[in-house]
Design a protein around this ligand. Structure first.
Ligand code: 9L3
Ligand code: MG
Length: 135
């Protein structure tokens, strides 16, 4: 046993803005989250940076290349040892397609408020709205 507390494992999610809209993706799993909308992303692997993980996840899930930008919104504790963080993601190449989700949607500020977002991602609504309304 070590006296050093383990760092939280991180789940990264990407906020892609374009033309005054934000990209949301509709989950297919687990059953409790299927049908609900999220910022796409996933777990950071061991020895991987959050930035590299975001690029890998969005490549796997959306078939795009992104540049990971600044953090946006608060840290969301998912469970003991697992923390969810959102980052801005700038599209470098490719057009997002739903490889892992049911469908994608580009939403404006009003539409964001009407989407059935997963509970964890609702924590970021203030910053996402602020950004959308400034665009
Ligand atoms: N999660 C929540 N909001 C998000 C993302 C990308 C992920 N925007 C949660 C759902 C799962 C866990 O994090 O419980 C791991 O995500 P994934 O690998 O199933 O996408
Ligand atoms: Mg995912």
């Amino acid at each position: 046993m070590s006296d050093v507390p383990a760092r939280d494992r991180e789940v990264v999610a990407g906020a892609i803005f374009r033309g005054g809209r934000l990209l949301l993706a509709q989950r297919t799993s687990p059953p409790a989250l299927a049908g609900r909308w999220e910022l796409p992303g996933g777990k950071v692997e061991e020895f991987e940076t959050p930035q590299a993980a975001l690029a890998r996840e969005l490549r796997e899930e959306l078939a795009v290349e992104v540049r990971c930008g600044a953090r946006i919104g608060v840290d969301v504790q998912l469970s003991a040892g697992l923390v969810l963080r959102a980052y801005r993601a700038e599209l470098v190449s490719g057009e997002p397609v739903a490889l892992d989700h049911a469908q994608l949607a580009w939403v404006d500020a009003e539409e964001l408020l009407s989407m059935d977002l997963v509970d964890n991602d609702r924590a970021w609504i203030p910053e996402l709205l602020e950004e959308l309304r400034a665009l």
